[in-house]
Design a protein around this ligand. Structure first.
Ligand code: ZN
Length: 487
């Protein structure tokens, strides 16, 4: 007997031909899609464990959040109205305390809240770079979701000893990679190209060589300082540094890639590396207003898979990956003129290109027989979707998390008709509320219903890492002087 049959739905396959069935049937067995075809009159009578009437629904692949950080999720609202400097200062102080093992209860609540809110919003896969990802792997695994997780590694951002960071990374890989029926996978996460020394990149490359199947997930060409630090690290620029150490290859997932020039695009395309585009973070916290916008159309034209990520969603208060697709379009059109993407291209970036960026495009990201059954049902029988024309545009311009009716991951129904099957939303709300109360009492943050206030500047400075950032800033300053003098 078949496990699941969805019949009489609009099916947006996102296959190579972008096939769209007006009245389609999808069958799932043993975790995989077994058939996609036009519906027959008697499909509702098919013998299956779950027969889902897809009338008024659009079925599409589960969304892939290609770059994010999840453990501080309960602090949504805390950073929203701070200026950039306050946000960076209080954020780094918090990262440092998390790295030292503080606020474990907040991390636990954060992963539960993130898993729940992304699940109900149609995100079936996340790629999260965090400080203490073990809890995330277990929470997402138990929730029935798919997740790529890895612990941050950096030697100029905080003071955690490098040996300890690599020991944590190795132990995470050995404990979690391939767990939960392969739904949970490990990644290697050097934090970025502006807070890591060459020696850290070399050690990272050694670790990656030991685990050649693992993605290497980093922030790349995010800030003007990226190439400056690469020169301080003895390389021509950021991409050359990765090439020097042996990490410029098809396992690389580069978040942002904002300041990339044509040569950077060409080298990343030639290496078959991938990019995760995260528009909201920079639209919200744009540090300068002068820097160019991420050249996503050029990257895609060069053949680079570009997924979409929500990044630090607790800085810009959103769980909506649909919203990131809309923001991808709006930011690009504002900067460069209308028509930067078709709606279908954005749907592809939300699904199959995100999956390819993570190296799992053969398994998920589109609805095709043989692929793992990760799919969502959007309820489009609503005034907001009437008249129901141009489905790809409705998905990327108009859909919201609340329109997701049902979610299937790996052939298991994890939400049906808005009823979450794998988590207890009320219990999660309660545990998040008590975690945030405890956090306020012990951290100096004040999070009330009118706004969020970080601890005083004195307390923040006290909690900042003492060595890392000082080395970081002095290296950048020294290299800037050398650049100016052309040494
Ligand atoms: Zn990020």
């Amino acid at each position: 007997m078949t496990d699941i049959v969805i019949h009489d739905a609009i099916v947006l396959t996102v296959d190579d031909r972008n096939r769209l069935f007006e009245r389609g049937t999808v069958a799932v067995d043993d975790g995989r899609i077994t058939a996609i075809r036009p519906s027959n009159a008697d499909d509702e009578l098919v013998d299956a464990d779950a027969v889902i009437d897809g009338g008024g629904m659009v079925v599409l692949p589960g969304l892939v959040n290609a770059h994010t950080h999840l453990e501080m999720t309960p602090l949504i609202g805390a950073f929203s109205d701070l200026d950039l400097l306050e946000m960076m200062g209080s954020g780094i102080a918090l990262f440092n305390r998390l790295g030292e093992g503080d606020f474990e209860y907040l991390v636990e609540a954060g992963y539960e809240l993130a898993a729940l809110n992304f699940l109900v919003g149609g995100v079936t896969t996340v790629n999260s770079m965090d400080i203490r990802p073990s809890t995330g792997a277990e929470t997402f695994g138990d929730a029935g979701l798919r997740g790529f997780f890895g612990p941050v590694i950096t030697d100029l951002f905080w003071d955690t000893p490098v040996d300890e960071q690599f020991a944590r990374a190795r132990s995470f890989i050995d404990s979690y990679h391939g767990s939960y029926d392969g739904r949970i996978r490990a990644t290697i996460c050097p934090h970025d190209d502006w807070s890591c020394t060459r020696s850290l990149w070399e050690r990272t490359a050694d670790l990656a060589a030991e685990y050649p199947d693992l993605p290497v997930h980093t922030h790349l060409l995010e800030l003007e300082e990226s190439n400056t630090m690469a020169r301080a690290n003895g390389a021509g620029d950021s991409i050359a540094l990765l090439e020097d150490v042996g990490l410029l290859n098809n396992q690389l997932i580069a978040a942002h890639f904002r300041i990339a020039d044509d040569d950077d695009i060409h080298r990343v395309a030639a290496a078959d590396a991938s990019v995760a585009h995260c528009p909201s973070v920079f639209c919200y916290w744009n540090p300068d207003g002068e820097t160019q916008w991420t050249p996503v159309p050029e990257l895609r034209a060069a053949g680079v898979d570009v997924g979409i990520g929500i990044d630090d969603h607790y800085w810009h208060d959103s769980y909506s990956l649909f919203g990131e697709a809309r923001q991808t379009r709006l930011a690009a059109n504002l900067e460069r003129g209308a028509g930067q993407f078709s709606s279908m291209e954005l749907v592809r970036m939300l699904t199959i290109e995100g999956a390819r960026a993570l190296g799992v495009g053969d398994e998920i990201g589109s609805l095709e027989p043989g692929k793992r059954a990760d799919m969502i049902l959007l309820d489009v029988d609503k005034p907001k979707f009437t008249p129901l024309t141009n489905i790809p545009a409705q998905v990327v311009n108009n859909a919201a998390p609340a329109d997701v009716a049902s979610v299937i991951v790996n052939g298991d129904i994890v939400m049906r008709d808005r009823d979450v099957q794998t988590m207890d939303p009320a219990a999660i709300q309660e545990s998040v509320e008590s975690a945030v109360e405890r956090f306020e009492a012990s951290s100096g943050w004040n999070l009330d219903i009118s706004k969020g206030d970080p601890p005083s500047a004195v307390e923040t400075v006290h909690d900042l890492p003492k060595c890392g950032p000082v080395h970081l800033l002095s290296r950048l300053a020294f290299q800037s002087v050398k650049d100016r003098l052309r040494l």
